[in-house]
Design a binder for this molecule. Sequence first.
Ligand SMILES: Cc1cc2nc3c(=O)[nH]c(=O)nc-3n(C[C@H](O)[C@H](O)[C@H](O)COP(=O)(O)O)c2cc1C
Length: 324
Amino acid sequence: MSDLRVRYMGLDLSNPFVVSSSSLTDSVDKVRACADAGAGAVVLKSLFEEEIQAEIDASADGAEHTEAADYIREIQTGAGLKRYVDLIRGSKDAVDIPVIASINAVTRNWWEEHVPALEQAGADAIELNISLMPYDYRDDEAAISEFYVKTVESVKRLVSIPVAVKIGHYFSSIPAIVDRLRWSGATAVVLFNRFYQLDIDVENFRLRSGSPMSSPADLAFPLRWITMIYGKTEAQLAASGGVHSGEAAVKALLAGAQVTQVCSTLYRNGLDHLETMKTELLAWMDKHSYERIDQFRGKMSQKRSSQPETFERLQYIKALVGQS
Ligand SMILES: Cc1cc2nc3c(=O)[nH]c(=O)nc-3n(C[C@H](O)[C@H](O)[C@H](O)COP(=O)(O)O)c2cc1C
């Protein structure tokens, strides 16, 4: 029987399926359900910066609540810092698998005070979801990258547990930002975050949100970049986006992913799907006579390609001329 164990950010996982940050992991009971269903690790639902702000506002004696603060309170999607700390503690008591805390942030002001609480609560690692959506044409590209780097540096000064950064795919150079994040102190980079999807209601002239769920086709994004980056930076790479089956996980691992993060497929198919994906991965490994994941991780990466210089260009040309 093949062995699915992997190491991610220095943590031992029984398998490479990590339940990604979402409402699948926003309570101790749900974290326990993920562990019982066979997850290799969980990333807790993100603590949103606005929630921390709202908690501070609420505890300020006699302070008047601004309209903005009320709005923030309305859009709160989870617990404040104290409840988040309780979620970490409760999860750590309830399960044996690694528990990764997650913070979704747009500014750096609050890190200094609040990040250490997550480590003290027992989180095994922290995933930073730096959801910066540059909407102002005056936002300089170099300054945006700098924000990511400085944020990681600040967090690393405050905690000793490993830090992963989850990024979106809108960068001029994904390999360059991944490498910079590694040198700033990130052990792993999660490729990719799924941004809020925008849609327009054409009858009522209103903006509305598109589906938050991915489709299997979304795997193309992490696959492209992980095949390109694997082995060229010391950052470990987690594939997130479009991993819906055991076969998709095989692809992500062949590209060079250390682990795969799964979310939409579990919303669609239930947590039992974790077992199905593990069985599919094991069947593929048996068929190809692999006993361990590190025997084939990165096998399809550019680094392992016989023609590394023309790797990506070759795939592009093949697509244009219709060869698979
Ligand atoms: C309902 C829902 C809630 C999510 N909440 C968070 C979150 O709080 N923090 C975060 O970093 N990502 C969040 N995500 C993004 C997922 O963690 C994941 O990166 C994304 O869905 C892509 O993975 P998938 O293709 O397996 O769904 C959420 C996704 C969904 C569908």
